[in-house]
Design a protein around this ligand. Structure first.
Ligand code: ADP
Length: 445
């Protein structure tokens, strides 16, 4: 697959050092979540319409047939195993396909079907009797552009008349001729080169403009400015679609500058909670004692799978070496692995090949390993000022109602600072974190 083109040297540059906290890279996390996921997320969500175009009534569809797609696109959709539209697709697809075209800003977490929605819109809107670029999609990175292109290729597998072109590093534009493909998917720098500098396609003829993963886009230096420069060239008749996985002030301000008169939709996710989670803490003198606590707990209760969070890679590798020596099969996931390696680790863990996953903060949000029953904080999550990081705690331990399963969280405490963090977390969520004595692990149940 194209993903194997990932540049390992680039990853090496991001290294933060073995004994510093591992900081996850947002674009990598998004890519990993995309590749690792095998289908839609299960989270319960509710759709919120924040603004609508008074000229275009909103309605939703419960089937793909209701969209009156080209029969060969419908075939493509079904060939991908999509039976019914996802929650966000129910409402976005009718908007995206309606005439006259409506501009859209949509926010929903990763895995809810945004990509499939705008890809279907691009494929539906191009006129293959005309051989020039009509749809343009901007992605924040090479890898994410390739992912989107692969979705487009699959969905249009029965529409061989639709041609696709990547505008990403490594691709060359023809000199002094115009592109004949209908859809261009690319990164801002390359698109700016092709569309504005070398004019290998006519920006004024673009009828569908997609800005994907806008939150990652603005997180990359210079991308926001490049997007504006591309956007300025577009005709005012061009339909604008803007997608983001997160909803922050900065990204919404960016959206408003790019998309005139939009309908704004937001899929709100049910909050993660600690409702079904039993939380404990164990006092330990040092790393060795923490290790002993883990093995006691692990021996004392019947566990499906466990995830252990450490603050640094150094602790991760120390712990995994120790557990391996004692005959446990452990997987390790940290920031020194490239994207492919991380996906391989997660795949093996999900398949149950390893029972324990030891990781730093790089475990992507939005990745659910449903069978995990116990989460261990080998180190308490803390922010840059050594204060309790309650958000990270909730992401590690919390669940949304989707699985309804109960879980166990164990916090290993080896200093007064950690104890304070633990108490602050307890107070913050107003849920008891009980003390346990690992000599009596039966207490955990
Ligand atoms: P997002 O762009 O919001 O991250 P995607 O469009 O990539 O979401 O969809 C997430 C996953 O769900 C992908 O594996 C995709 O193939 C799948 N998917 C998308 N739409 C549907 C659908 N209507 N039915 C089933 N699976 C879907």
């Amino acid at each position: 697959s194209m993903v194997s083109k990932l540049n390992i040297e680039e990853n090496a540059e991001k290294e933060t050092g073995d004994d510093k906290p591992d900081i996850p890279d947002a674009a990598d996390s998004s890519l990993i979540a995309k590749i690792f996921r095998k289908g839609l997320t299960n989270d319960k969500c509710s759709l919120e319409v924040q603004r609508k175009d008074p000229n275009n009534p909103l309605y939703s569809v419960k089937t793909f047939e209701a969209l009156k797609l080209h029969p060969d696109l419908l075939r493509g959709v079904y060939a991908m195993g999509f039976n019914v539209p996802s929650k966000i697709q129910e409402t976005t697809l009718p908007i995206l396909l309606a005439n006259p075209p409506t501009n859209l800003i949509a926010q929903s977490q990763s895995g809810t079907g945004k990509t499939a929605a705008f890809v279907l819109a691009m494929l539906s809107r191009v006129d293959t009797s005309k051989n020039f670029v009509q749809a343009l999609c901007l992605s924040p990175t090479y890898e994410l552009a390739i992912q989107t292109g692969e979705v487009a290729a699959k969905m249009s597998q029965y529409r061989k008349d639709i041609q696709l072109r990547f505008a990403v590093r490594g691709e060359e534009a023809p000199k002094d001729t115009k592109l004949t493909e209908h859809i261009v998917i690319g990164t801002p720098g390359k698109v700016l080169d092709w569309g504005v500098k070398f004019k290998v396609f006519d920006m004024k003829k673009i009828t569908v403009f997609v800005l994907d993963e806008a939150d990652l886009m603005i997180a990359t230096q210079g991308h926001q400015d490049q997007c504006h420069r591309i956007h300025k060239q577009l005709s005012n008749k061009c339909q604008m679609m803007f997608f983001s996985a997160t909803y922050g002030q900065e990204v919404m301000e960016f959206a408003e500058l790019i998309v005139p008169n939009p309908t704004i939709l937001r899929l709100k996710r049910e909050q993660e909670s600690l409702e079904n989670i039993k939380q404990y803490y164990v006092r330990c003198a040092n790393h060795e004692a923490k290790y002993a606590a883990i093995t006691n707990i692990y021996g004392g209760i019947s566990i499906g799978q466990a995830i252990i969070f450490c603050h640094t890679r150094k602790t991760c590798s120390w712990l995994s070496a120790k557990m391996s020596q004692d005959g446990h099969s452990v997987a390790i996931l940290s920031g020194d692995l490239n994207v492919e390696q991380r996906i391989a680790v997660l795949d093996r863990f999900r398949a149950g090949l390893e029972k324990v996953l030891i990781t730093t903060n790089v475990l992507s949000r939005g990745i659910d390993v449903e069978q995990v029953t116990i989460v261990v904080n080998f180190d308490m999550p803390k922010d840059g000022e050594n204060k309790a990081d309650c958000d990270t705690y909730l992401h590690r331990i919390g669940r949304t109602g989707r699985f309804g399963k109960s879980g166990i969280a164990v916090n290993l405490i080896d200093s007064e600072e950690s104890m304070t963090i633990c108490k602050d977390i307890e107070r913050h969520f107003n849920k008891p974190i009980l003390k346990i004595d690992t000599d009596n692990p039966e207490e955990i149940e």
